[in-house]
Design a protein around this ligand. Structure first.
Ligand code: ZN
Length: 222
């Protein structure tokens, strides 16, 4: 694969920025790229998923553009914000999902849902960066560092005992595709399936492998 050392700025400009490196921005494939957080993107996330903090700066984050196929088979444009350390992983992973027509309901910034994890999950929105605590904890989530991605969260809910988040994902809390009565049962993430292997190949771990809670939507990297 060739990587063009092109930032999102260059996509709309003929200027040359010789200082650009692969970590700051790149076009991976047509429709799959990442770049630094521009002032416009910053204005979309400040006061929502991003706020002044001692843990992560805007310079640590990358804005990622991808394409995906939805459950109706339509091709859509998606956007994510992730840590610069996994920007390349992210475009590679989502390119493979796209090529294999792995369906995603929506891939929008969580800021489109007011940075509300609950609302974004209920909409089955795939998302990554959000400066927030771990659900039910005072520790920062890996999402706060842009190091975690939640996939189709409605059909891959967070399950702790009888608690299921989002509530609308209750039918998908039990993970047998044969027993599940949900419309998208066959697209629940399972250990060893295509998307699981894809994230593992890129060094991620899966929340469905956790013991105390199960976070089936969640892939993260250290
Ligand atoms: Zn998550």
């Amino acid at each position: 694969m060739t990587i063009c050392l092109v930032s999102c700025l260059l996509l709309t400009s003929t200027s040359v920025f010789p200082q650009i490196t692969p970590s700051s921005g790149a076009v991976y494939q047509e429709g799959f790229s990442y770049c630094e957080i521009t002032p416009f993107i910053a204005s979309r996330i400040e006061g929502k998923s991003y706020r002044e903090n001692p843990d992560i700066s805007l310079a640590d984050l990358r804005y990622v553009r991808i394409k995906y196929i939805d459950f109706e088979g339509n091709e859509k444009d998606g956007e994510l914000i992730v840590n610069r350390r996994i920007a390349r992983d992210t475009v590679e992973i989502f390119y493979q999902l796209y090529r294999h027509k792995y369906p995603l309901q929506e891939v929008s910034l969580i800021d489109d849902y007011g940075a509300s994890d609950d609302r974004s999950m209920e909409a089955n929105n795939t998302a990554a960066f959000n400066y927030r605590k771990i659900t039910g904890s005072t520790s920062l989530s890996r999402h706060a560092y842009g190091m975690a991605i939640d996939i189709n969260p409605l059909i891959n809910p967070y399950v702790k005992g009888k608690a299921v988040l989002p509530a609308g994902g209750n039918v998908y809390a039990q993970r047998s595709a044969e027993k599940c009565t949900g419309k998208y049962a066959s697209f629940m993430i399972q250990r060893g399936d295509f998307i699981y292997k894809l994230f593992m190949e890129h060094g991620f771990t899966w929340g469905g492998d956790w013991r105390s809670v199960k976070d089936y939507q969640h892939f993260e990297k250290e």
